[in-house]
Design a protein around this ligand. Structure first.
Ligand code: GPU
Length: 833
């Protein structure tokens, strides 16, 4: 059927005039929500507005799909178990360039625009940095007009909602879909079948060749739900395709369940379980069968989806790797290596060597951590029971791989054992990072230091084998969400001076460097920060009942709660400062508000106790009449994308204090710096590069380097000696041990303090004095407002490197070999009818 697309360009539902927007909004309220303003709820208004904007995205989306279909261009597929998108409405308005106009329209209708934006439940389909990176990357891919899809899982429940009760974290389920999701379109016609469990059999095909057949124990359906992802002021609208699991209708329940109705319903329930909930562990493997099933489920659906596209574009299978560049976001999707091999070998009957070449040329792998406990391994029996055919294929990949190693490193048996895809020391495991390395043509870390440490440590043997595969791609974040949307006053201050080219080319911010010496500009800059702090103080009061002074320094540590990130080091400094202020009330330190935010994995007991530690110390300090006007401690509940958007613009100081060598990159560090916060940090992850960019004189550095950490451990680390020889540290620990912050309960933090005194695996004691000294420097610096503001400006305007546009450009050039495909809107050259 031929369709004239021209009318859709200036349709009632697509036009961008204020009148048409208003009409569209009221129409959607009536025809979609079935409401009239008299009875409409805030959610009705939000949905009507969301649909009004979605209507205006569809022409770009449809045009983009059509352009890609016709061009047959190389497509980037970003495979990720997490996409931490944050709310869509505001971001879509920014990217379409209609934020201001729509705000006016909504207000002219007598509605509160901020309230409607706040009505959107954020899709929290990720734990932290890794999932948020995926979200920034798909924003940049669309902005750079690269044909791309994000593939993942449509979890029914995303990351839990955190509340704080009596100082402890409580978890509530995240029912983000309860009010409907206007941004997604289900595509049931593109459903895929996924097999699980069962066994394999050998058979002889028509040509007399021995082949393997996988007889699964169950089949589940994957239904794709598509969300359009707009580029910033381009015609491009790419797709985030998330898979939901369902029971297949074609499945013959009578035969399989012998007419057992309840059994059939049971089967439906277990099928739906696969995409039910996001595992809330960050950098900690869960080892659960369901988690492996989730990984395989979305990977299999996604690869089959690529094969579907290949077929409709009439591209031969042998060119799969020319059509698709598939990025593995950590090892969560690493099973893709074995699955593509299986599809090619068993379902498309490709020879091993050809299949292997296609596979290796298709995949590239990003590693996101050096923590050994995060490296995924699956016990062999579990793996065999879920994916029996894949295990056979992995054995074959391994045997061919080890033959190659043997030739290169003759006689080096220890090396073979270290490199093997199977961990044979005791209980046997499949090593997913090894599978990813072997099956990929490129392997990258996410900051320079991290990429170096990968080569020296975690992936050393692979580096020695294939040095040419290794790269670095330093992370970045999108300035659209993290500057324009979250900090509009700062963005317009910047655009007033240098226009808005910086939004697509963040290095242009450097044009503002001279303004750091301009007193008027500094005043404006300070006023913007001050207004953001006032707004945040109001938010804090509403959420926690704590009054904070916007004049005080806002000192933030927001990120997942983890021992390696050392929120408790921050607390040790707070206690030491508290103690000094009590002893010497004349101490000249600027008022400071210490703010924390972040979730602890529900099963990570030490992390949960670190939250209790923060809130307990806060309770004492915030109530102490001598001190409470000088320092305060606040735990901001439920840190997520939405609260992050309020936090970064309000920050004076950013705490990036992980043990050197442990934080792969960090991305919050970049968001803070872009919004004019100064960093106190170790030489870890991307901190190193931030310091290089903004200048050492505008960065508060402390602590051991990664090499020093390594050397100290090697020479024998004795935390107790630091306690014995540093009276300040001793004071702090003794206060904690004596129950001063736990209403006399000496047991509450005993586990934490004993752990530090006797083990201290993250070297808090070794870095304590250096940290405290550095904090004194921070305090002195804040007293000089002019100088501080100068440093703040220089931090923001020198953060251009940390745009995710830069990261994505480098991935495109160096790994994906993908090029922009500018989109012409359909009907552009046709006459409207
Ligand atoms: N990261 Br592995 C996560 O957020 N979750 C994970 O499971 C793993 C890594 C983070 C790193 O901790 C952080 O340093 C990095 O900036 C981020 O991934 C994105 O690369």
């Amino acid at each position: 059927m031929e369709q004239n697309t021209a009318p859709y360009r200036e349709h009632n539902r697509t036009s961008l005039t204020k009148e048409k927007l208003k009409q569209g909004f009221l129409d959607n309220l009536y025809f979609i929500q079935g409401k009239f303003p008299t009875l409409a709820s805030r959610n009705d208004y939000y949905l009507a507005l969301a649909y009004t904007i979605r209507d205006r995205m569809l022409h770009r989306w449809i045009s983009t799909a059509t352009n890609y279909y016709e061009s047959g261009a190389r497509t980037v597929c970003y495979l990720s178990a997490e996409f931490l998108m944050g709310p869509h409405l505001g971001n879509n308005l920014v990217n379409m360039g209609i934020f201001g106009m729509v705000k006016e329209v909504v207000e002219e209708l007598g509605l509160n625009f901020e309230e409607l934006l706040a009505q959107e439940e954020e899709p929290g389909l990720g734990n932290g940095g890794l999932g948020r990176l995926a979200a920034c990357f798909i924003d940049s891919l669309a902005t750079l007009e690269i044909p791309a899809l994000g593939y993942g899982i449509r979890y029914e429940f995303g990351i839990f909602e955190q509340t704080i009760v009596d100082g402890w974290q409580m978890e509530k389920t995240d029912k983000w879909l309860r009010n409907g999701n206007p941004w997604e379109v289900p595509r049931p016609e593109w459903a895929q079948e996924v097999r699980l469990g069962g066994h394999t059999e050998q058979y002889t095909d028509e040509n007399g060749r021995l082949r393997v057949r996988w007889v699964p124990a169950k089949i589940v359906l994957g239904i794709p739900y598509d969300t359009p992802i707009l580029g910033y002021r381009t015609n491009t609208a790419n797709t985030l395709r998330l898979w939901k699991s369902e029971a297949p209708e074609s499945f013959d329940f009578e035969v399989f369940n012998r007419g057992d109705y309840y059994g059939a319903v049971d089967q439906k329930v277990t099928s739906e379980n696969i995409s039910k909930v996001l595992y809330p562990n960050d950098e900690q493997l869960s080892g659960k069968q369901l988690r492996l099933e989730q990984q395989y489920f979305f990977v299999s659906c996604s690869l089959r989806d690529m094969l579907r596209v290949l077929a409709i574009q009439n591209i031969p299978l042998s060119r799969f790797h020319e059509k698709f560049a598939v990025q593995l976001n950590d090892t969560h999707p690493a099973i893709a290596v074995a699955e593509l091999m299986r599809l090619l070998l068993d379902e498309y009957l490709v020879d091993w060597d050809d299949a292997w070449e296609i596979t290796q040329r298709t995949f590239a792998y990003t590693n996101h951590t050096l923590l050994p406990e995060a490296l995924e391994q699956w016990p062999l029996p579990l793996f065999a029971s879920v994916l029996p055919r894949h295990l056979e294929i992995i054995f074959e990949i391994n045997s061919r791989f080890l033959d190659e190693v043997r030739i290169k490193f003759l006689g080096d048996e220890a090396r073979l054992a270290r490199l093997s895809l199977i961990n044979e020391g005791g209980e046997r495991y499949v090593r997913m990072a090894h599978l990813a390395c072997v099956g990929s043509h490129a392997i990258n870390g996410v900051a320079e230091l991290h990429s170096e440490l990968l080569k020296q440590d975690v992936l050393k043997d692979f580096y020695e084998l294939w040095p040419e595969k290794f790269r670095n791609k330093t992370n970045g974040v999108t300035p659209r969400r993290w500057m324009i949307l979250s900090n509009p006053s700062l963005a317009s201050l910047v655009s007033d001076r240098i226009g808005n080219g910086w939004v697509r080319d963040l290095e242009q911010l450097r044009q503002l460097e001279p303004m750091a010496d301009d007193a008027d500009f500094r005043k404006e800059w300070w006023d913007v920060k001050r207004a953001n702090k006032v707004a945040f103080a109001q938010y804090i009061f509403k959420r926690t009942g704590i009054l904070v002074d916007p004049e005080s320094m806002f000192d933030f540590q927001v990120k997942r709660i983890h021992e390696y990130k050392r929120q408790h080091l921050n607390v040790l400094h707070i206690i030491s400062l508290y103690r000094r202020l009590k002893e010497n009330p004349n101490l000249e330190v600027p008022p400071r508000t210490f703010l924390f935010g972040g979730k602890a994995a529900p099963g990570y007991h030490t992390a949960k106790r670190m939250i209790k530690l923060i809130t307990s110390v806060g309770e004492v300090i915030n109530r102490d009449p001598d001190i409470r006007d000088r320092i305060k401690v606040v735990f901001v509940p439920n840190f997520n994308v939405t609260t992050g958007q309020k936090i970064y613009p309000a920050a004076d100081l950013s705490e990036q204090i992980s043990t050197a060598g442990k934080e792969a990159s960090g991305t919050g560090n970049m968001k803070f710096s872009m919004n004019g916060a100064l960093t106190i940090g170790t030489l870890d992850g991307a901190n190193v590069e931030i310091r290089e960019e903004v200048g050492a004189e505008n960065f508060f550095l402390f602590g051991l380097t990664a090499d020093e950490v390594y050397a100290l451990r090697a020479s024998g680390y004795h935390p107790y000696d630091y306690y014995n020889t540093n009276p300040h540290l001793k004071d702090v620990i003794d206060l904690l041990r004596g129950g001063s912050f736990s209403r006399g309960d000496a047991d509450l933090f005993r586990g934490l303090t004993d752990g530090l005194l006797h083990h201290d695996p993250y070297l808090l004691f070794a870095d304590f004095q250096s940290y405290v000294d550095c904090q004194e420097e921070v305090s002195r610096a804040y007293l000089d407002r002019d100088h501080w503001t100068r440093m703040s400006i220089l931090n923001a305007v020198r953060s251009g490197k940390f745009s995710s546009d830069r990261s994505i450009r480098q991935y495109c050039e160096d790994i994906w070999k993908a090029e922009p495909v500018p989109i012409t809107l359909l009907g552009q050259n046709e006459e409207p009818t």
